[in-house]
Design a protein around this ligand. Structure first.
Ligand code: FEO
Length: 413
């Protein structure tokens, strides 16, 4: 069985397709994942990145199917996170003549994970090239995309960018290239990947994109998912939008509910936003339509909420009151938003209670921490079932959020 794929003569994918992973340090990998590793056979032999530790044997088998392991000269490590470096100790052992090639920060990070005392290192400086014979690799540091030591490698002779986490997606498939899989699905997963993994580092991503723009690229070989060769323009076009937090005309409503009172409020906010969106569509023919998303925090995952939130211009958070506080999963959503540092969004807090305060009030306070301007000074609250007056307030708030999202979208166009 051949589990390697040729990118170009002497350059092969030798990684591992993980169909079973569903939780990738809290990321919901609903479609599985791949850990891409690339073997370059030239006058010198180099392996770019490895796989997670449990799949070291599969990586070794793939490499050994193309070249004797004793002939591997370089084990290039672009990123020390263990989905790429986990199998590095096994490869160092299996390839006795190989030198580990990485930047100085990466070496320090590797030393924090493994006993590297008997590893041979070759440390590259940013912009330095490594000749492999007819081909070479030029290294560029891209700090914080995704860790401080992250780097990429460019092969000018083949115009291939080995981009590590950048441009990746979590999709397990036997296909390797972007023109062999549904493009909208690849882009959707690339967006989710960006929102959940790279979003806090938008500025650094924009800087890395500036560097990439100076290169002639015919193939982007990321460390996760499909390899870009036919749709490079599609991914390169959307990445700056994601990195700069460009607004879509989108309202996101996320809530958790105990006995459906908060859910009734959420649905009324949704209805108000949808109705207002229809009015905007009638007034602005040919324009994008307002997108309104309603998500129950416990019936989806943080990963999906973040993917929807990335470009949302307005957001409403709702929670029933539990133990005089938020419901836990809505708290998790707000915590997650705090870490992901999305661009500012117009916001609303709402929720219900039985006899004391807690849920909606806690959300209002969290909006201040998130620095999201709220459309109301106090949360919209409902004592148990919402009255017609409360529902009307929710409907109007939905319309206000829709207008705010529309204004932000237009200002960004
Ligand atoms: Fe795919 Fe940051 O590791």
């Amino acid at each position: 069985m051949k589990l390697t794929t040729e990118l170009s003569a002497g350059i092969d994918y030798v990684g591992y397709v993980d169909y079973n992973v569903r939780d990738f340090h809290s990321y919901d990998t609903r479609l599985g994942a791949t850990y891409n590793s690339y073997l370059i056979r030239d006058e010198k032999v180099a392996l770019i990145d490895t796989v997670k530790a449990p799949y070291a044997a599969q990586l070794q088998r793939n490499v050994a199917s193309l070249v004797e392991l004793e002939k591997v000269d370089y084990l290039v490590c672009l990123h020390s996170e263990l989905d790429h470096a986990g199998a590095l100790p096994a490869m160092v052992k299996a390839c006795p003549n190989a030198v580990v090639v990485c930047n100085a920060k990466c070496r320090d990070m590797l030393a924090g994970f493994f006993d590297v005392s008997d590893w041979k290192f070759q440390i590259f400086q940013p912009g330095e090239s490594l000749s492999l014979g007819k081909r070479s690799l030029t290294f560029v540091n891209i700090p914080m995309v995704h860790w401080p030591e992250s780097s990429i490698a460019y092969m000018p002779e083949e115009k291939i960018l080995f981009s590590n986490d950048a441009f990746g997606q979590h999709i397990a498939t036997s296909e390797r290239f972007d023109d062999e899989y549904e493009l909208p699905k690849i882009l959707e997963e690339a967006k989710s990947y960006y929102a959940n993994i790279v979003a806090p580092y938008g500025k650094q991503t924009l800087k890395a994109l500036e560097t990439a723009a100076t290169l002639q690229i015919e193939m982007i070989a990321p460390a996760h998912g499909l390899i870009w060769r036919s749709h490079i323009a599609d991914i390169v076009k959307v990445y700056p939008d994601w990195a700069s937090g460009k607004y879509a005309p989108k309202v996101l409503i996320v809530y958790d509910t105990m006995w459906q009172s908060t859910e009734m409020m959420a649905e009324e906010i949704y209805a108000g936003a949808v109705e207002y969106g229809q009015k905007l569509a009638a007034e602005n023919p040919g324009e994008r339509k307002l997108d309104v998303q309603l998500m129950h925090a416990r019936k989806t995952t943080l990963t999906r909420v973040a993917a929807e939130a990335l470009d949302a211009a307005a957001v409403a958070f709702g929670s029933a009151t539990l133990n005089a506080h938020l419901m836990p999963q809505l708290g998790a959503v707000l915590d997650y938003f705090q870490g992901l540092k999305f661009r500012e969004k117009t916001a609303l807090a709402f929720g219900s209670y039985g006899w004391g305060v807690g849920g909606p009030e806690a959300i209002q306070k969290r909006l201040e921490i998130l620095k999201y301007p709220a459309i109301t000074d106090a949360p919209i609250r409902s004592k148990q079932r919402p009255t017609p007056e409360v529902l009307e307030e929710c409907r109007q708030a939905g319309a206000k959020l829709a207008q705010a999202a529309w204004d932000r979208y237009l200002a960004d166009k």
